[in-house]
Structures are given as structure tokens and as C-alpha cells.
Design a protein. Sequence first.
Length: 566
Amino acid sequence: MKIYKIAAAALLLAFASLSWSFREDLFQVSKNLDIFASLYKEVNINYVEETNASSLMRSSIDAMLEKLDPYTEYVPESEVEDYKLKYVSTQYGGIGASTIFIEGKLFVNEVSEGYPADKQGLKPGDQLVKINGNEVKGKERAQVSQLLRGPRGSAVELLIIRDGSVMTKSLIRDEIKQPNVSYSGMTADNIAYIRLDKFLENSAQEVKDAAVTLGKLQPKGMVLDLRYNGGGILQEAVKIVNIFVNKDVLIVTQKGRNPQKTISYKTQNQPLFPDIPLVVLISGSSASASEIVAGALQDLDRAIIVGQRSFGKGLVQQTFNLPYNSLVKVTVAKYFTPSGRCIQAMDYAHKDANGKTPKIADSLMTRFNTKIGRSVYDGNGVYPDVVVNTPKYSPITISLLNKNLFFDYANSYKKNNKTIAAAGSFQITDADYTAFVSSLAGKDYSYTSRTERLLSDLRAEAEKENKLPAVKADLDDLKEKMLGAKKTDLITFKPEIKRALETQIVSRYYYERGKVEQAFQYDKELNAARGLLNNNAKMLAILKGEGEYKTIGSPIKTIAAAVDHD
């Protein structure tokens, strides 16, 4: 009886402490709101210059949230529709065309197959001058988007310039659906391929539909491509894993400071493809829900992950309504994969004096075990079972892209070539490449290479230390050699420039689907996945954790100090 009394007293004490803490928090919130409201009023009334009350408030809100993390953000009423399109829905009323500003002029960049812009013959390279009588010149991109979008069935009139001729295009807006699954199909060696670009509404159903359709063709395996997928809705990720994993299996747990935000998510249905060999492709841009899918399938030893280490976003956001139809998106929890690891890479709780966010240190990374006993680590994204490094674009290719010089040539190529080879086999010839290089004559595609930046830094340091006279001749000589080397960059980097140019050209004939199929020719990660799916012994060795596959993504410097969590 005495024990029960002690326990009851301890419980009451804990409850009283919790209640006191809660009341103290409420008092601090109320106190600071009073201070802020008074300060806001006095500044607006008494400041020497005219102030903009809305602008001041927005600056205050943004400054406050900036102290937290980049995913906690305020959304005013004017931005709610764009927010929903980015994070929730994939549908809007419009014409089905993307635009691009080049030297202050607005051009059609790409058109989507089967939508109003395509049906009415709008083409990449068409210059948009007026939208429903409104001059485009001087407008921001957001203003242009608002003019092009509107209710389904409403009319929009475009004044365009094409090859020097002015013409009018009348279109009827339609419901534009940007699918989560941008591509699905079979490879030449009978492997099903599904590319998922985002995890917005209905993404799980789209993956399911694609998988069922491809499954009827009896593929030897399946590739789920999550590269460059920045994530979206957590519940959609759980449903996608459920396509391949048995019912009632823990997929992800979110844990927040508020106990109500601590939730475990398990699979709810019987899987459609519990046994199909599966490879998931990820990149450094795969984040959030992409990492939930990849991390869960890795922890459950259900799929082989191929590519590069993922982004490392282990945080969950929830949207809350605010007065006057505005919203706030708040980071409410961290999420943990089935093994118990959190793959969050940036430590937003411990910014330095300059506001810079550090990465989770290797020494703090903890080891966890997959279902079969392979070692995986937290704190730095999902590390792939099979690493395939892809080279980054060179500075010259980036410059050609940023200055839209591929865009111009692709448009002229389409005018001069009515048809091209099938998207999956299309390549430009050496004569085509020579013509592209010739088209650059007189155009600015200047850039600063990394070596040039290092030389500039070295010159600055030498000058600080009064050593420039001693090394100036050598530095000048190196600079001249670098300028000479840059003149041959169009030859040196021909393969990657050629691939980027082919992507632009093929989209003029085969739209988005053609771009995907054409890129298969050069896709190292996909080729690695296909190689695995054609090698059952290798697949089994990786999933069983044999040899080098026993440990995945170990922080080598601190592996001896890693803590085990079995």
C-alpha cells in the first residue's frame, strides 16, 4: 500500500510540474505577444518615414521563422494557390505550356502533349507579347502565371511572334494535371521502370496503376526512380512501400515534442508485388518522402538502393490555418525508418554565431541494423547499397544552359528537320554538333572555371602577403595557359554538351516522355540497376549482406566508436 501511495505522489508531482511548465510557456507567449503588438503599433505610428504595415509584419514573421529551419514558412493568402500546387495538388487550370525569359522577352519553352497549347499549335520559341490584351513586358513570372492560368473552359488569347510574324492564338483553358509518375515503361531487357517525380495527392495510386500495367507484361524486375524527387506527403510514401511490403509492417515513425505528433505508420493492405526483384534509384536531390521509401525498403531488405547518398531531410511538416486565409507550415516532428534511424543531415537546433547550420558530425552517427542484420547509419541521408557516381556538368555546359543557347539551336533544328529517329535511339551527328558550335559565333557563353577562381584567390593571397612580385610571372603564365585550354572546351566536353543538346532537341518532337527515353542511352544508374536485375546471385548477395555489403555507408573515421542499436 505504501508503494502505491509513493507512486501516486510521484505521479501527482510530475503532473503538477508539467502543468506549471505549460502555464509558464503560455505566460511567456502572452507576454511576448503583448510586447510585439505594442512595438509594432508604436513604430507604425511614430517612425519618421512612412511605413508599410504589411511589409513590416511579413519581415518580422520571416525573420522569426528563419531562426528555425527552411521548411517552417508562412504562406499569405496571395500565395496559397501556388503553395497548394507545390505541396498538395498536381492540378490547375491553364494551357499546358512552360515559359522562359530570355533577355527580357518571354518565350514558350516547352508544351505538354495533348493540352490546349499543343492542340492549338503553340511551339517552343514562340515569343509571347500579350496575354488577353495585357502586355507581358515588364511583368514578373508570378504575374505571367496568373494571366495564363484560370478556370477550366475559360478563354485566353495570346499575341505571339513567330519567325518575325505576328499572330494571334485563341485557346480554351483546360485542367492541367502534372502527374506524379512522369514516365513508366519497359526497358529492352524486360525490366519495368517507373519514374516518380513527387509525392503529392494520388502519387501512390499512380505508382500502383503503373506497376499493375507493367506487371501484366511479366517483367523480370522493377526499377522505381526517385532521383531528383524532393518528396511530399508522408502517407503517400507509406502506401507506395505497401505495394511491395506485407501488411501490418512498420514503415516510419514520426516523433515530435508535442506527444500528439508522435505517430507510427504501418502498411494497411496486402502487397501487390511482394516478391518482384526491386531496385530504387536515388540521388543527392532525393529528399523527405523519397528517403522514407528508400530508407524503409533498405531497412526491410526489400530493395537494393542504387545511386548517390540522398539529401538527408528527416523532418515532418504540418500546415495550420491562420486568420485571413493564410497558412503556416511548421516542422512538427522528425521521422525514423523501421530500423530506428533518423536520416536528418543538418542540425538546425545548433546554428553557429553566423547563423550557419552544421551537418551532423560523423562522430555522432549511430549504427542501426536492417531486418536481416546489415549495418546502416543515421544522420546523413540514405546511403545506397550500390554507389554510382555521376559527373557534374562542366562550367561551359552550365553556361550554355543558363544562357539558353541550347534552346535557340533546338528550335532551329526543329524547323530544318521535320522528323528524327525514335526518342530512345536519337543522337545528333558530328555535323549537327559542328553546326551547333558555329551557331555560337558572336554569342556570349563566357564563364569562370574553378581553376580560374583558385588562381584568382591565390593572387589575392599573394598580394596580402606582399609576395605577388615574386609569383606574378608564374601566375600570369598559368592564366594564359588556362585561357588557351578554355578555347578547346567545346571539344573537350563535347560528349556532355552533346547529351544536353539532344535532350533539348528530342523534347521538340516527343515531349517529356521522349526526353526520358532518350536519356536512357547515357543513364549510368539505370544501367547499374538493370545489371543487378539481370544477376540474381548479386541481388541476393547484397540483400543478405554478404562481404562488402554487410555495412552500408559507414562513417569510416568513427566506425570504431559507433554505438550499436540492435
